[in-house]
Design a protein around this ligand. Sequence first.
Ligand code: PMP
Length: 363
Amino acid sequence: MTTAAPRSGLSRLSYETLDLYAPDRGPAAIDLSDNTNRWGMPPAAERALRDVPVESVTRYPELYAESLKQALAHYVGSSAGEIVTGCGSDDVLDSAIRAFGEPGEIVALPDPSFPMIPRFATMNGLRSVAVPLAADYALAADAMLAVDPRIVYICAPNNPTGTATALSVIEDVARRVNGVVIVDEAYAEFSDANALALTRRLENVLVVRTLSKAFGLAGLRVGYAVGAPRLVREVEKSRGPYKVGALAAAAAVAALRAGRDWVDTHVALAIANRERLCVELAGRGYGPVPSRTNFVFVPIAGADAIATGMRERGVAVRALAGITQVSDALRASAGSALRISVGPWPQLAIALDALDDARRACA
Ligand code: PMP
């Protein structure tokens, strides 16, 4: 019998390629870098955080966040049995990849897209294959299926491009794949379509959502997914118990029970400001990509230097470099782009001034 050579390091071999996630998160007077809600959070959530009874913190929270599931079910128009929650949608995505993929199997994802997905694949022993978007930032569905994935990840609308994927395309992929389709709808509230209806027709579609964006609760880390009961149960097994803290659950439930007014009002403001920002950017000669999210993607050469210049002027935006050149604009910018979150107009006006100044300084 042969024995395997002893391994030198202590961690899994695949972790050698993994580093800690390190986005540029230094303080800035105006932070438009992470697509959180720049208007704040629903007042009902603030009240719940102030009034939370001490005894709810000295005890463990609900095992699988049952009250939160009820409130979410009401919000999305499903039953609690079709919902799984987690510590941010990051946790839900990670748990889903672990639940549906055996080590060695393939997660197909668009390129460019949400950078945590390849990390979650590696963390769980799976392989990720990034498939470049087609013309007009459309999903290259056939090419994704051609890599024989067990999991297809579709970010709809997509981070960082802000572009949508037609429901018919998602449905087609779900019908053809031998596995699960994860539809990441972190930005669904800012879009005019979502895939919730597909989860009722197809047992292999999991829609993942978050309260970090439209609901303004990023610091509390509350995410969820909607899918067929059999599907979400697998994610719940993989996720484990007690993942949503008592404070987070209390604030999230209060925000959801308060109704849609605050969220709808601020989503409408974000959409109006997004469109106005695109007009302003286009007027300055930039090519903002039409967005269905609360951020705007702007291919531009030298984005790193421009973002650094903007930060010196107190404004943080996300600079992206080395993006696969899937459009003429990205070819012209050599794969460099800015991603600017949308917030109240006075903040965006300052950001535009900072962009003008930084651009001049870089010229
Ligand atoms: N999915 C996408 C597409 C995102 O952009 C983000 C946040 N940047 C997340 C998931 C994770 O959000 P959270 O863990 O805060 O719910």
